[in-house]
Design a protein around this ligand. Structure first.
Ligand SMILES: Nc1ncnc2c1ncn2[C@@H]1O[C@H](COP(=O)(O)OP(=O)(O)OP(=O)(O)O)[C@@H](O)[C@H]1O
Ligand SMILES: [Mg+2]
Length: 243
């Protein structure tokens, strides 16, 4: 596995009513797709919030290529190249797709750079270019996800955090959203994905992390996690048999 882009070590964090994360340690290898799976309430979204700076851990360290993230503001973390696509749909529904995508570049001061980035993003997702003048609220759930990905790419992030991108989508649409995640990765971004749809998420990923009750139960290649007998029984409806 390649060297880690991001390292999380001994993270303890919560929302004031006790710890939700109870010593979380794992690596996100550079240039790869990492998938975090685990039951509802395991702390997956909380891990994402700790990385993006929305939640300040009580203990532990998170580093991006050795640079400490804990203590930095969400804006500082964004400027270091980490962009989060949240679990719930987050587009401004009364604005056009293009206006929404433009907002993804709001921290870029040079306006000509913003249009260059938008052009690059449309090149990666040509179907999104076709929706540019439509109101975001008129798109289907799967289409809105792609626009959210496109918006996240405006800053050309090193690391993209995707929290349950397939939530509420039909299996066919799910495939197009996963294809888009793969495309972003092929285009150079490291991807950290949380997926309720564990089997499909792990198949897509190079690296898998299983969370349970605020800790990491198992980490390994996507295949190792898929083929792990106990994990398979618990979370995947039976392990995938070794070929
Ligand atoms: N804003 C909040 N305030 C208080 N408690 C919270 C908050 N957000 C999450 N929690 C609690 O923290 C725990 C972990 O939640 P988290 O959202 O990280 O789980 P998850 O693994 O992402 O679950 P899901 O699969 O349902 O998205 C849960 O017990 C939840 O109730
Ligand atoms: Mg969640």
């Amino acid at each position: 596995m390649s060297k880690p882009l991001l390292t999380m070590e001994g993270i303890v964090a919560g929302y004031g009513g006790g710890d939700v994360l109870r010593g979380v340690t794992f690596d996100v290898p550079e240039g790869k797709i990492t998938c975090v799976v685990g039951p509802n309430g395991a702390g997956k979204s909380t891990v994402m919030k700790a990385i993006s700076g929305l939640l300040k851990p009580r203990l532990g360290t998170i580093t991006l290529r050795g640079e400490k993230l804990v203590g930095k503001s969400p804006r500082q973390i964004l400027d270091l190249g980490i962009v989060q696509v949240p679990q719930n749909h987050s587009l401004f529904k009364d604005m056009t797709v293009h206006e929404n995508i433009d907002l993804g570049g709001y921290t870029i001061k040079d306006r000509s750079k913003v249009s260059k980035r938008a052009a690059a993003v449309y090149d990666l997702f040509p179907q999104v270019r076709g929706w540019a003048q439509m109101k975001a609220g008129a798109l289907s759930g799967g289409q809105q996800r792609l626009v959210e990905f496109a918006r996240a790419l405006m800053l050309d992030p090193k690391l993209i955090l995707l929290d349950e991108p397939s939530m509420g989508l039909s299996p066919m649409v799910l495939k197009s959203v996963f294809d888009a995640a793969r495309q972003m990765n092929a285009n150079g971004a490291t991807v950290l994905l949380v997926e309720q749809n564990a089997r499909a998420g792990l198949k897509l990923s190079h690296h898998g992390v299983v969370m349970e009750n605020g800790t990491v139960r198992l980490a390994g290649t996507g295949r190792e996690v898929l083929e792990h007998p106990e994990i398979g029984e618990l979370y995947l409806g039976g392990a995938v048999k070794k070929a």
